[in-house]
Design a protein around this ligand. Sequence first.
Ligand SMILES: Nc1nc2c(ncn2[C@@H]2O[C@@H]3COP(=O)(O)O[C@H]4[C@@H](O)[C@H](n5cnc6c(=O)[nH]c(N)nc65)O[C@@H]4COP(=O)(O)O[C@H]3[C@H]2O)c(=O)[nH]1
Length: 674
Amino acid sequence: MDALVHSIQDLIFVFDVEGRFSYIHAAAPEQLLIDRHEALGKHYAQVLPGPLVAAFTAVFERVQQFHQVERFEYPLTLGTQPHHFHATVSPLINSNGQFEGVLSVNRNITEAKRAEVELQIAAAAFQTHLGILITDARGSILKVNDTFTRITGYSEAEVVGQKPRIFSSGRHNAALYRRLWKHVIKTGNWEGEIWNQRKDGELFPEWLTVSAVYSVEGTLTHYVATMSDISERKAAEQEIHQLAFYDTLTGLANRRLFMDRMGAALKELQRHQRCGALLIIDIDNFKQVNDTLGHYAGDQLLQSVARRMGKMLRDTDTLARLGSDEFAVLIEGIDSGVAQTTQLAERIAHKLLTTISEPIQLAEESIVVSGSIGITVMASNEYSEDDYLQQVDMALFQAKNSSRHRVCFFDPSMQATLLAHVKLEADLRQAQVDQQWQLYYQPQVNHCGAITGVEALLRWQHPERGMVSPGEFIPLLENSGLINDVGEWVLEEACNQLARWAQRPQLNELTISVNISPLQFRDEGFLNRVEGVFTRTQAPLCRLKLEVTESLFVEARDEAREKMLALKAQGVRFSLDDFGTGYSSLAYLAHLPLDQLKIDQAFVQQVLESKANAAIVESTIALAESLNLEVIAEGVENEAQQAWLLAHDCNAFQGYLFGRPATANAIEQLVLGD
Ligand SMILES: Nc1nc2c(ncn2[C@@H]2O[C@@H]3COP(=O)(O)O[C@H]4[C@@H](O)[C@H](n5cnc6c(=O)[nH]c(N)nc65)O[C@@H]4COP(=O)(O)O[C@H]3[C@H]2O)c(=O)[nH]1
C-alpha cells in the first residue's frame, strides 16, 4: 500500500480540525517547503506563505462549513522556481457525520500552465497585422489568419487544402519560385518582394517571408509564410519618385533626372567614345502669353509644346523641362564623330523649332510661338555636366540675341566674350561702390560759335583700363539695373554744376543736357529720385535739359508723356536725342512736351556725301520749325558740315569742331576765354 501511495505524483496533505498537518505525502522532498517531519503537527499558517494562508483559510472554512469539495489554484515558489498547483480540498467526515479535518490533493500544473500561456501568445501572435499562411510539408494550406483574408480576399475555408500557387500573379517566371524554394530548403527561410493576385483578380505587391518548420527529430513538418501588403508603400514610393524626378506640369524629366542622365551619358562617352549633343530650348514669347492670356493658358502652352517635342524625339533621347519655359534635350550614344553629331543636332533643332511654331489652340485663341535653341556637342569627358550646361546656356543666349539664327552652337570664343561681359559687370558694380565715375561736358554752340551750353557725358575711370567709353558700359548698366543709381549720380553732378555756374556771372546762362536712358525714365522711382536731386542741389531747372531717345515712346508712351509733363511743370526742358533713328510716329511726337530735336551724328557726318542723309536732315530742320522746336546738330566735325547746316537754318551745333568732351574746368576756361 505504501509503495502504491509512494508512486502518486500529487502532494497529499491531511489537516485535522484545527488545521494542523496530520499526514503529508510527497513523491520527492523538493516538492515541499519544509521537511515533512518538521511540518507534521504544525498549523498550515506556520508553514505556508502569507498570501496562500489567506486563500487556504477561506477554502478550509467553506469545506468545514458546507462539507463540500473545493478546488482552487495557487502559485508557489519552490526553491527558486515558480510553480503552479491545483488543489482539490475534500472534507474528512467520520461515521457519525462529524467533521474531522480536510484532505488536500495538490497537483503540480506548472507545465500545463506554461503551455496554456504559450498557446495564448501564439493565438495572439497569429492575429497580427501580417497575413499568415501555414502549410503542411507538401505545401497544402492548413491554416490562414484574418489578416491574410483581409489582404487576399480569400476566407480560410476557401484556401484550406489548396496550394499557394492559386495566388500567383503570373508576373514572375518559374525560375524565381525555384530560387525561393531552394533558398528555403537550404537556409530555412526566404524573404523578398513578390507580386500576387487577390481573389478579385487585382495584382498587388507583398513582402513575403517563408520559413520551414522542423520537428524535434529534424523532419520538415510545416511551412509558415507571412506577408504584408506593400501596394500603398509602393504607390507612395512611385509618387515620391515621380515628384523627385519628373516635372509635375508636363510629366517630363526634371533638372535632377536630366543631370543624372547627363552624368550617365558622360560615362558612356568615356567608355565607348560615343558623342552626345545637348540642346536647350527656350520659348521666345512665353512670358507674353502668360501675361496676356493668364497662367492657365501658359501652362497649356507648355504642355502642348512638351507633347509635340516628345513625339518628335526618339525614345532614347531625354526631353526635360529645366525651368519655366526652358526645355532640354539630351541625345546620346551617337557612334559617329563630332561633325556628324553636329549635323544631327542641328537637324533635330530645326525640326523642334518647326514643331514649336505650329499654331496652338488655347481656349478661344489660336496662338503661334517661336523658340530659340542653344546646342553643344558633348565629345570630351574633360568637361562636367555643369560645364556642358553652361556652354549650352551661352549658345542659347547667343541664339536669343541674334535676330536671324534661332539655333546657335556653343563655340569657345563665345565663352570668352561672355566671361569678359561678366567681369565688366562685376567691375561696374565696384565702380559704383568706389565712385569711379567722372562727368565730362561737351560744348554746344550757337551760329556765332559762342558756347550756350554743354552735354554731360559720363566717363568711367577704370583702375586698370583707364577711361572707358560709355558706348561700352551703358548697355551693361541698363541690363544690370545699375543705370538707376548711376543715372542719379550723373544728374546730381550736373545739377550741382548748374548751381555752381548760376553763382558766376559769365557762366550763369549755360545749359546742361543730361542723357536719360529709357530704362531709367520708365523706372517707378524715377520722378522721386529726380525731385530728390532738385531739392538737394537747388539747381536752376530752366537750364537743365533732359535728353530722351525715341525708343522711350515705343512702349507705355502715355506714361512717359505724363512724367515729362510733371518735370516740365518744374521748368525742365527736353531734347529728343538721336532723332531720325527710331520709328516713332511723328503725329505722336507732336504731342510731346519737347523743346529741341537733336539731329543724330550719323546723318550730320554724311550730310555732304549722301543726298538721302541731306534730305533727312533738311526735313528734320523743317519739322522742328513747324513744331516750333529748337534744332541742334551733333557730331559736327568740320566747317563744311557747319556751313551746310547754317545754310539750311540749323543754328545750334555740337561736335569735335567746337570741342571734345572735357572737364567742367576746361569748359569754364573755354567760355571765359582764358
Ligand atoms: N565721332 C564723333 N563723335 C562725337 C562728336 N562729338 C561728340 N561725339 C560723341 O558722340 C556722343 C554723343 O552723345 P550721345 O549721342 O548722347 O551718345 C552717348 C549717350 O547715348 C551715352 N551716354 C553718355 N553719357 C551718358 C549718361 O550719363 N547717361 C546715359 N544714359 N547715357 C550716356 O553714351 C553715348 C556715347 O557717349 P560718348 O562716348 O561720350 O560719345 C558722345 C560724344 O563723345 C564728333 O564730332 N564726332
